[in-house]
Design a protein around this ligand. Structure first.
Ligand SMILES: [Zn+2]
Length: 377
């Protein structure tokens, strides 16, 4: 599932890009606050400074455990050849985005490693707790002991057989292996995700209404249930897209195509005739029958209006090595995956001349048409 909203890239860990959304700061604050409450009210005799130190340490351990879980996914994903591993931290913890696994086994190891990381962390933290107990440092023992339980909880919750949780993707990998049908497996996992989501919302509402002081917990359960429900809807539509496009050539993803222009065509003319009138995203640039590059609509429109007639296609065009190109007969799903990493994918014929371009806007149009002409299964 993809966390919504603005993402800020904060750096790389072991080569894996790590991003946070503003909502992650809210999570950090909520966690810190609940630990703070716990350590000050449970143990009134404790000095304020120690309680603050414990709350900060417990928060760092908890958020660090979530990060370690995601890094486990990303590193194993990279080792199994999945592209574009990015870890995003947000209000519900973390998510790792990659290209789709090629085999059920890839999906299984990529998914299972996250909860395994939490299990290993739990064992390590229990070891640390035993050491701290021996050394008679109860504050440290309490923080590491609780962090160990939280890791067990994290791993266990993520193993619930409900897509998009890790457990749901384990179910997906197993059904995929048994039936050989990836789309069917995704739908099965999504259905279990939707059922769990609905159940969690139900429990949340009950807790909110029937349990004294159950407001925050009830709301939180309901929110997690809603997240599962939303996530499973996304998985379903992913399965539908896969089913619709399986075995089809990439050329079905192209709705409009532009006539080629020459390198000395002015950007103003190109915008007025090709981009605005024909609504294309890419205009091929040709020289004596050979494609020498493409002008992306976004690049052309970024030029200030007063400069558009003094600049030419040659000034803004991207050469073939800067835009991924695939044969028009290539697999539509493969081109769609490539589009996840690039703004646009150019389709070429056997003479390497551009015959069309696939962009997100075009894909949305194509899928809308398919949706109108079929009923999603
Ligand atoms: Zn996970």
């Amino acid at each position: 599932m993809n966390p919504r909203g603005r993402r800020i890239r904060v750096g790389r860990i072991l080569g894996v890009p790590v991003e946070i959304t503003p909502s992650w700061v809210v999570l950090g604050f909520l966690v810190l606050w609940s630990f703070w409450e716990r350590y000050t009210t449970d143990f009134g005799h404790r000095a304020y400074g120690i309680a603050i130190g414990m709350a900060v340490a417990a928060t760092v351990l908890f958020l660090g455990s979530v990060l370690a879980h995601e890094l486990g996914h990303a590193l194993v994903g990279r080792a199994r050849g999945l592209r574009l591993s990015v870890v995003t931290l947000y209000i519900f913890g973390g998510a790792t985005t990659t290209s789709d696994p090629a085999t059920p086994f890839d999906e299984l190891v990529f998914t299972a490693v996250g909860p395994m990381v939490n299990l290993v962390l739990a064992l390590g933290l229990w070891g640390a707790t035993a050491l701290a107990d021996q050394a008679s440092v109860p504050a440290v023992a309490q923080v590491t002991g609780e962090a160990a339980w939280l890791n067990l909880l994290l791993g266990g919750f993520n193993l619930l057989p409900a897509s998009p949780l890790d457990g749901g993707r384990v179910v997906e990998a197993v059904v995929w292996r048994l039936t050989g049908d990836h789309a069917k497996a995704t739908r099965a996992a999504a259905a279990s995700g939707a059922a769990f989501g609905a159940a969690l919302i139900g429990i949340g509402v009950l807790e909110l209404l029937m349990v004294a002081g159950g407001l925050i917990e009830g709301l939180w359960l309901g929110l997690i249930g809603y997240m599962l429900l939303e996530g499973s809807r996304g998985e379903r539509s992913r399965a539908w897209i896969e089913q619709m496009l399986r075995g089809k050539p990439a050329s079905v993803l192209v709705t409009d195509r532009s006539l080629p222009v020459t390198a000395d065509t002015s950007i103003g003319w190109l915008i007025n005739t090709e981009l605005l009138r024909h609504h294309v995203d890419v205009v091929p640039v040709e020289d004596r029958g050979h494609t020498v590059g493409v002008v992306l609509a976004a690049d052309a429109l970024a030029i200030p209006p007063e400069q558009r007639f003094s600049m030419t296609a040659a000034d803004v065009m991207r050469t073939p090595d800067h835009v991924p190109a695939r044969p028009a007969s290539a697999d539509a799903l493969e081109v769609l995956r490539l589009l996840g990493e690039h703004q646009v994918v150019v389709l070429v014929d056997h003479d390497h001349r551009v015959v069309g371009a696939v962009s997100e806007r075009q894909v949305d149009l194509v899928l809308d048409r398919l949706r109108l002409s079929t009923t999603p299964a």
